[in-house]
Design a binder for this molecule. Structure first.
Ligand code: UT7
Length: 339
């Protein structure tokens, strides 16, 4: 689907925030857990450490709560001013109610309604585009979009091919109507259910409810055919970025920042190379956090916020389970005040 927005107003990101748990799961620690080594992990993925949420009874909403509270503080927003909160996650606290529900409660967003979006690593892009429509239509004044995942809750720490990639974290952005013409201009989003074979979690849904059998079969962990996913990720992320640039009559050289989902440094490099965007314009923090699924893109924006200037042309792109993939073109709407 593509939706070049010509209508006024357009939604703009007016603030970013994030939260990462304290505990650092380093490559050295993983060496003690599975048959792997720091050199393999660094060269095959670019990851050096990831953060893990420790603590009995803590879930995705607890990380999101921290990100949302920081966002409210940074944007001088009172909780009751927020109209809607959308949470992208594949690791909801519970099957229901939605994690968005729990976050609005924990952050005092007493007037906001909310819902979750499940699109794995593309979840933040799907949620951002959805949230933008509520601003564009004039239905909401302030929308918070959260991308958050506690991947450690579904990772098999005996599977060396997947446990080295994932980490926990949460990012959040505020959406409001643009006051200067800068904001979210276009998105191209895709799904292909045929890809579910290669990346999924079988257990716990209506098809395979939790039972001793599903636990014994490790059905409550991520299954990933890494090689196949890698190939689709490279071709689909590069393809959708090229298509979005084309639709908006842009070349790679016009782009100030590429913000790719952080799944593997080699996928990021291949996407940037194909789009002809030089590495100094590509946001990469995978070495610090690994793959936080829905959290990667807002956490990049948070880490780079102080470098972003009004009018910067930015492409966000992601690929993930489903398969889901997409890209969003936006121009940055504000300069970060110097503190
Ligand atoms: O964000 C959601 C979407 N997910 C992705 O985009 C992930 C895409 N896939 C990948 O990033 C990569 O496929 C992985 C990082 C998961 C794996 O890297 P790879 O280069 O594709 O490795 P591979 O699965 O082809 O395995 C190569 C070798 C194998 O050994 P042999 O058969 O060649 O002897 C594996 O057993 O590397 C071995 N291997 C490891 N060795 C040390 C696999 N995992 C590890 C490990 N440490 N952790």
């Amino acid at each position: 689907m593509t939706n070049a927005s010509t209508a006024s107003p357009i939604a703009a990101i007016t603030g970013v925030a994030g939260y990462l748990p304290e505990f650092r799961l380093t490559n050295a620690l993983l060496e003690e857990m599975v048959d792997t080594n720091d050199e393999w992990i660094r060269t095959r993925t670019g990851i050096e450490e990831r953060r893990i949420l420790k603590g009995e009874g803590l879930g995705t909403s607890d990380m999101a709560k921290e990100a949302v509270n920081e966002l409210l503080r940074k944007t001088n927003t009172a909780p009751e001013e927020v109209d809607l909160l959308i949470c992208a996650t594949v690791t909801p606290d519970m099957q229901f109610p939605s994690t968005a529900n729990l976050i609005t409660d924990k952050t005092g967003l007493s007037k906001a309604w909310g819902f979750d979006i499940s699109a794995a690593c593309s979840g933040f892009l799907f949620a951002l585009d959805t949230g933008a429509q509520f601003i564009n239509a004039g239905r909401c004044k302030k929308v918070i979009v959260v991308g958050a995942d506690k991947m450690s809750s579904i990772v098999d720490y005996e599977d060396r091919a997947t446990c080295i990639i994932f980490g926990d974290g949460a990012g959040a952005v505020m959406l409001e109507a643009s006051t200067n013409g800068h904001g979210i201009h276009d998105s191209e989003l895709h799904t292909d259910g045929a890809g579910s074979t290669y990346l999924h979690m079988k257990g716990g849904g209506s098809q395979r409810p939790a039972s001793h059998k599903t636990i014994d079969a490790k059905d409550h962990y991520i299954y990933q055919d890494g090689k196949t996913v890698f190939k689709f990720a490279v071709s689909n992320m590069a393809g959708v970025v090229g298509s979005l640039l084309n639709t908006n009559q842009l070349a790679g050289e016009d782009i100030d920042w590429l913000v790719p989902h952080q799944a593997n440094k080699r996928i990021i490099d291949a996407t940037a190379r194909t789009a002809k965007i030089p590495s100094e314009k590509v946001m990469v923090n995978i070495q610090k956090y690994g793959n936080t699924t829905a959290g990667t893109i807002p956490l990049c924006l948070r880490d780079w916020e102080s470098k972003l200037k009004t009018g910067d042309k930015i492409i966000l792109t992601a690929f993930g389970g489903g398969f889901t993939w997409g890209a969003t073109y936006l121009t940055w709407a504000y300069d970060t005040p110097q503190s």
